[in-house]
Design a binder for this molecule. Structure first.
Ligand code: E4P
Length: 220
């Protein structure tokens, strides 16, 4: 499963890129707004830090405006994936951009039927939001499971399922269990995936025991 960092925080992207663990970055208008900086600057900086796709979202809601914005965003770097809302206008833009060979990420997907349409429109990724469904008492993982099933039923649907709006390590585990192709999550969730109290205490014990030997693996 690909792991994307869901952030526009340059320092966080830099740190995670150095770890070699992330396959790309996703952003959205809210994350860009939090930086207080121009979108073009932020996206260019992020795109220079990772080889994989950097999702940059259009802000328009009408086809013509989305296409003009997409044109600007895709020229910012060679690894830009244009993010479009899951509306009929957004799907039309997705269809056009995909036919031009531009990577697309259709966002704000909450049902498997929406995901079916995004795949028909040739989306590279469908961002299925888990946390926001859980927030209103529905089951975001069920939707991911349905999308996996439906995409598996038809050989022509090549869209990758991107589990989004993941808030906890349990969300990530559940997304991996149902076979999401990719998962995007905030940097702190990526950090939590690596941590376990027994890892921490075990390492402490190993270090203490090692220090007591007085040895050094490196030449002194
Ligand atoms: C996905 O691309 C979105 O940017 C993100 O995952 C939304 O997460 P949230 O619901 O926690 O805001």
């Amino acid at each position: 499963m690909k792991i994307f960092a869901d952030t526009a925080d340059i320092a966080a992207v830099e740190r995670l890129a150095q770890s070699g663990l992330i396959d790309g970055v996703t952003t959205n208008p809210t994350l860009i707004a939090r930086t207080g900086r121009p979108i073009a600057t932020v996206i260019k900086e992020i795109a220079g830090l990772v080889d994989g796709p950097v999702s940059a979202e259009v802000a328009g809601t009408e086809f013509d405006k989305m296409m003009c914005e997409a044109d600007i965003l895709r020229k910012l770097a060679s690894n830009i994936c244009v993010k479009l809302p899951l509306t009929l206008e957004g799907l039309r833009a997705c269809q056009r951009l995909s036919s031009e060979g531009c990577e697309t990420n259709v966002t704000l997907c909450f049902t498997a039927n929406q995901a079916l349409l995004a795949a028909k429109a040739g989306a590279t990724y469908i961002s299925s939001f888990v946390g926001r469904l859980d927030d209103i008492g529905l089951d975001g993982i069920d939707v991911l499971r349905d999308i996996r099933l439906i995409y598996g039923n038809y050989s022509g649907l090549n869209t990758q399922i991107l589990a989004a709006s993941l808030r906890t390590p349990n969300h990530v585990l559940a997304a991996a269990r149902v076979g999401a192709d990719a998962a995007t999550m905030p940097p702190d969730v990526i950090d939590k995936l690596a941590g376990h109290p027994l890892t921490t205490s075990g390492l402490e014990m190993f270090m203490q025991d090692w220090a007591a030997t007085g040895q050094s693996i490196l030449p002194r």
